[in-house]
Structures are given as structure tokens and as C-alpha cells.
Write a protein that binds this ligand. Structure first.
Ligand SMILES: NC(=O)c1ccc[n+]([C@@H]2O[C@H](COP(=O)([O-])OP(=O)(O)OC[C@H]3O[C@@H](n4cnc5c(N)ncnc54)[C@H](O)[C@@H]3O)[C@@H](O)[C@H]2O)c1
Length: 276
């Protein structure tokens, strides 16, 4: 035993939802390397060896419930990674409500228990959650999966922006209630990351902040870059950290908001303060 073991996953069971490709796949591999027994859930086939794989469609309540029950417990780390881009039917369910429904079911079953941690993947699109808190709270107050999905559709929240605002607000708002159950919840807010999803939307996703990357001489993040950050947040080493969305954009927002990179200032201001 060493003090540094708190960063590892020995003896833990980790569930990666959306772990077939991209950041989720990198996380599954990383926490497996770090000692975890890993369950990967996805709609797509899972190719990583040495993990248990369970099919799930996060847009479908019955599928979420069946997958959660099949997974069983204990779940020491739940990585809620799956996400889709605008234009995908069911985005409100896939990116947020489905993950929340799985968490609720695991909480009710006691499989996510004391000492567990949940990690979400938000986005720059979710950065203005505080400016939109009243509206997001009304949405989050609807705890039923189908009712919340209908509300999202009826109120123009069935899009990428609102799914990510909802994640950031949920993480902040749910932290205290979850802590009473001994569970932590956090998210990361990645900058452009080279994944199949980003490549499919390359102009918007990988074009974002390219001036900053040119200026600093960096490339888009790799999925593993982002996985390292989320694995930390769900490890025991982060036991003082809950309720945060950690910005993992290699300094883009910080440089824009502080004025050290002026070209990013309007974008960062807009994305962190706009009321939608
Ligand atoms: N790539 C980026 O630049 C970037 C930036 C910010 C945030 N994000 C977020 O990161 C997360 C991971 O995305 P990624 O970039 O690694 O893309 P990805 O497409 O490689 O990974 C997403 C995973 O979700 C799965 N998935 C999609 N629909 C599903 C469904 N209905 N049910 C179950 N699983 C489903 C996919 O099969 C895939 O394995 C997403 O939430 C995305 O919004 C990505």
C-alpha cells in the first residue's frame, strides 16, 4: 500500500456508459489498466478485451433498466460518457436523461453505494449553466424519464446545448443529496477532442479554438487526455471534489475570460454568461 494508491482502481468495479469509442473507450482501457473490473455499456459493439459488455440504448427507458439490472453491483465508479450531436433523434434522452435514469435506478437498487463516484462529460455548450439556472432547475425538477423527455421537446431543450447545461447544473445541484449517500458526482468540460463524434462534426467541433491551438502550438486533445481527468475525478484521490464541472480545454476558456488570449474573449464570455 502507498499513498498514491488512491489514484488507482484496484478492487473497484467501474461502469463506462458509452465506452465503445472515443473518450469512453479510452476511460474503459485506462481504468482497466488502473486495476478496475470494467463493465462497458453502449449501443455500439465493444471491442476492448477483458471487459464485460452490455448493450444499452440510452434513448429507451426499458433498455436502460434492463442494462442496469444486468450490470448489478457494486458500482464504485460510473462514467456517464455517451453522447450524440445535434440532429440525432432522442438527444435529450441519450445525452442526459438516460444517464440520470440509470443513476436513479442504481441509487434505488443500492448498487451505487457509499464511496462511489459518478463522472459525466459536459461540453463548452454547458458552460453557461449558472446564467440559465432557473430554467434548468424547472427542467431538472421533472424526475420522471418520459415526462422530462416530453418537457424537453415541448420547451426547445431537445438539443445539444440544453443537454450539456442540464449536466452541469445537475452535477452542481445533486452533489449535496448524493453526498448524504456517500456518493460524489463531477463532470469534465473538454475542449475539442479527436474522437469519431468530433470527426463527424469536424468543422464545428474540431474547428473550435483552432486559433488558440495555433498560437500555443498544441493539437486537439486525445480521448486519453480527457479520460485521465475523469478517471482522477472518480478516484479516491478526488475525495474532496464533488459538484464541479472541471474545465479540461487546455486553457482556452481561462485565456479568453482573463484576456490573455483576446481572440477567445467574446466566445468565452458568450458561452459562459449567455441566457438561452
Ligand atoms: N469530441 C469532442 O470534441 C467533445 C467535446 C466536448 C464534449 N464531448 C462529449 O464527450 C462525450 C463522448 O463523446 P466522444 O467525442 O468520445 O464521441 P464518441 O461518438 O466516440 O463516443 C460516444 C459513445 O456514445 C455511444 N452512444 C451514442 N448513442 C448512444 C445510445 N443511444 N445509447 C448508448 N450509447 C450511445 C456511441 O456508440 C459512442 O460509443 C459526449 O457526451 C460528447 O458530447 C465531446
Amino acid at each position: 500500500m502507498s499513498l498514491f494508491d488512491a489514484y488507482g482502481y484496484n478492487g473497484k468495479r467501474a461502469v463506462v456508459v458509452g465506452g465503445a469509442t472515443g473518450m469512453g473507450a479510452a476511460l474503459a482501457e485506462l481504468v482497466k489498466d488502473a486495476g478496475a473490473e470494467v463493465v462497458v455499456m453502449d449501443r455500439a459493439p465493444v471491442t476492448l478485451d477483458g471487459v464485460k459488455s452490455i448493450q444499452v440504448d440510452l434513448a429507451d427507458k426499458a433498455s436502460i433498466e434492463a442494462a442496469t439490472d444486468k450490470c448489478g453491483g457494486p458500482v464504485h465508479a460510473l462514467f456517464s460518457c455517451a453522447g450524440v450531436a445535434d440532429g440525432t433523434p432522442g438527444i435529450e434522452r441519450i445525452n442526459f436523461l438516460g444517464h440520470r435514469h440509470m443513476i436513479d435506478r442504481m441509487r434505488a437498487a443500492g448498487t451505487l453505494s457509499r464511496g462511489a463516484a459518478i463522472g459525466f462529460i459536459s461540453s463548452a455548450a454547458g458552460a453557461a449553466w449558472q446564467a440559465n439556472l432557473d430554467r434548468v432547475k424547472r427542467y431538472l425538477d421533472i424526475t420522471d424519464f418520459d415526462e422530462a423527455a416530453n418537457y424537453a421537446v415541448d420547451n426547445g431543450m431537445d438539443n445539444y446545448l440544453w443537454t450539456k447545461l442540464a449536466i452541469c447544473a445537475y452535477v452542481a445541484r445533486e452533489a449535496m443529496g448524493l453526498l448524504k449517500e456517500g456518493i460524489r458526482v463531477n463532470a469534465i468540460l473538454p475542449g475539442p477532442t479527436d474522437t469519431p463524434l468530433a470527426r463527424a462534426n469536424a468543422d464545428m467541433w474540431l474547428g473550435f479554438a483552432s486559433d488558440y491551438r495555433d498560437e500555443t502550438g498544441i493539437e486537439p486533445s486525445t480521448p486519453l487526455d480527457q479520460a485521465y481527468a475523469l478517471a482522477f475525478l472518480c478516484s479516491d484521490a478526488a475525495r474532496a471534489v464533488t459538484g464541479i464541472t472541471m474545465v479540461t480545454d487546455v486553457g482556452y476558456f481561462a485565456s479568453g475570460l482573463s484576456g490573455s488570449f483576446e481572440a477567445a474573449a467574446p466566445v468565452a464570455q458568450f458561452l459562459t454568461t449567455s441566457e438561452f
